[in-house]
Design a protein around this ligand. Sequence first.
Ligand code: P71
Length: 439
Amino acid sequence: MTSREDRERYIVEAGYNTFLLKSKDVYIDLLTDSGTSAMSDRQWAGIMMGDEAYAGSENFYHMEAAIQKYYGYKHIIPTHQGRGAEHLISKILIKPGDFIPGNMYFTTTRLHQELAGGTFVDVIVDEAHDPESTFQFKGNIDLNKLENLIKEKGADKIPYVCMATTVNLAGGQPISLANLRDVRALTHKYGIRIVHDMTRVAENAFMIQQFEEGYKNKSTAEIVREICDLTDAATMSSKKDALVSIGGFLALNEYDVYEEARNLVVVYEGLHTYGGMAGRDMEALAIGITESVNDDHIRARVGQVMYLGRKLEAAGIPIVKPIGTHGVFLDAKKFYPQLTQDKFPAQTLSAEIYLDSGVRSMERGIVSAGRNKITGDHNYPNLELVRLTIPRRVYTQAHMDVIAESIEYVYADREDIKGLKMTYEPKYLRFFQAIFEKL
Ligand code: P71
């Protein structure tokens, strides 16, 4: 624990950017659920069985078998984490001038699409951009937006649709299977692939089980498989759903694309049987995948997020509705209506929460959205959010109570807040390293 006085110093030294705080100065760490979950006794036992051979490690085959069994994809390329897989698939499938529709952007995903010469186009349903809308499947793709784009640009300019389960920047919102089946039918009609960002697929499957008609008697594992079977390829950051500290993969059903990826991975990541992962980490992943689709685990995981969300809702704090699966997202525009978006309301709020209690959160608003690659202006996203992200199997309900109490204090003190100005801005993914000063 730290004192308020300590934290005043630390946040200035970190340039009001929670990415730049030292972890030792953080009390409850809600920056991300990425690589921060606790591994089980079985996973730690698996770590001891690492086969660190350069080529053909036994652990690779265990990981490959788990992916094929639970997710059903045919060919697997390990990568150091999700963005390694995004890099490879973007390089292989995107030509300069192409368009990549997706259910809302993700920072690293869109950047790799742009670096490959493509342009990301958001085709998520309008409800996803409205924090007040209680529509249950805000991750859904708007079929009219997608078909209009295909007609306007031509199917040959669209190498794939990028479909995420769940949608991180919308607030951890799920897609429904009914919607995915419609997207599948439409993309078949035009001969377009679906590439699945399956980073939080088990959490999405759980929401389908709870809220989509016809799924309450299906297991999370069965629903996960049904989602994957409707897609052609997948990128995975195993650091989330799959309960490991590091790792990812690219999964493919088309042999030709696999062959190219298997060749390219040796340039950027490592040999195709380790791709940047240690043998022991591939073993932990094989076991983590099995645990991630366990119904009791996923109910407890999402249940804890819901617990925090309901508490904040009951206290009248403006949050994104419905409550998502990996965190609770605070609506910074409503929290600080006095701040225009260029005063970085969400960045300001995440700093104020840290100052109050040492709870670390993440900005997901104008700083994360970056600049328009043609005009150079800030992108002004409708969603200006602070994410309180819950790591899996780490914190107790008592921690959730402390977090809620702190947010209530910060909310009570909201009136005097003046916002921030950015004094240093890196070229890529600026939110990681940008520096701010108090206005
Ligand atoms: C999260 C992260 C980690 C992160 C990444 C970028 C900025 C801040 C934090 C990573 C994801 C993700 C989705 C849906 C791909 C990646 C990249 N999320 N897709 O939420 O959520 O995976 O980090 O393993 O490279 O904190 P990677």
